[in-house]
Design a protein around this ligand. Sequence first.
Ligand SMILES: NC(=O)c1ccc[n+]([C@@H]2O[C@H](COP(=O)([O-])OP(=O)(O)OC[C@H]3O[C@@H](n4cnc5c(N)ncnc54)[C@H](OP(=O)(O)O)[C@@H]3O)[C@@H](O)[C@H]2O)c1
Length: 292
Amino acid sequence: MKIIIIGASGLVGSHCMDLFESVGEEVVGTHLNFATERTIYFNPLSNSNGNLDLDQFKPEVIIHCAALTNVDYCENNVLESERATVLSTKKLVNYCKKNGVKLVYISTDYVFDGNMGPYTEDAATNPINIYGQHKLKAELLVKTLNNYLIARITNVYGEEVRSKNFVLRLIKLFQNNEETELNLPADQFATPVYAGDVARMLYKLILDNKNGIYNLSSSDYYTRYSLAKRVKSYFPDNEKIVLKSVLTNKLNQPARRPLNGGLLNIKFLNEYNDFKLSNVDDFISKMIKYEL
Ligand SMILES: NC(=O)c1ccc[n+]([C@@H]2O[C@H](COP(=O)([O-])OP(=O)(O)OC[C@H]3O[C@@H](n4cnc5c(N)ncnc54)[C@H](OP(=O)(O)O)[C@@H]3O)[C@@H](O)[C@H]2O)c1
């Protein structure tokens, strides 16, 4: 299968690239600002993309992982967020429509308001910040295609060149053991998921040519604070890092956060009942073992 991964220099895209290449698929992965050895530059909004000619490669599937993902930055830079998240999706939707290509769009539980989570796929959307509004706008564009998949995820962790994700940053912090005090929200609930599992779930859905919305989550259910405590429990001798629980409304974050967020994976597991999901303990144990 010929697959293009837009945003393969990021967390989810790089794990998809690892998996799809390892099973022998013909994959091209792209970056925007963070060039990696195995990705090529691609800006969906530009007409001159040098090294990647979609018409020449003729993808059968495009996995669209690209978005402006810093939620507070999006709140303060609405037009930039709209361009990166909505307009880039519009371009890709138009390409897929014209060429009969399947589009896999990676979305988020931030399309919900966080009053009633964790959510099923058909729950009513109601985003409460710019990032969530733009992701929902992009979802609606994707839904105009006949052949699409919207995969909603949240709180993704995993091995990552830039070590941006919360769990990996915490593990490194505890390993480095420097005096630090962290104020972490104890009232933002979500369902963290391993990026490698997201890639495996996506691959199954693509192979079976599934359509529609799927939540890709694990059965873990944590707040930032409880997740950090979980990581800390693997470093019992570390007293230098102090975790403080705070309420979201005391953090003065520019963007509002859905509090009871998270995603239920009942639909996916009903269709793939032998699928083995990992959890955050598996990842922490693995990272400690290999001291990455
Ligand atoms: N990580 C999470 O916890 C999480 C949760 C919910 C939903 N999601 C969604 O999952 C997707 C992937 O997230 P991630 O965590 O892998 O993000 P990430 O690590 O920040 O990676 C984002 C990727 O998108 C590329 N990109 C950003 N803006 C772009 C643009 N305007 N045009 C082309 N490429 C662009 C980035 O390229 P460069 O870095 O090279 O510039 C990078 O490859 C995103 O759509 C995000 O909204 C993620």
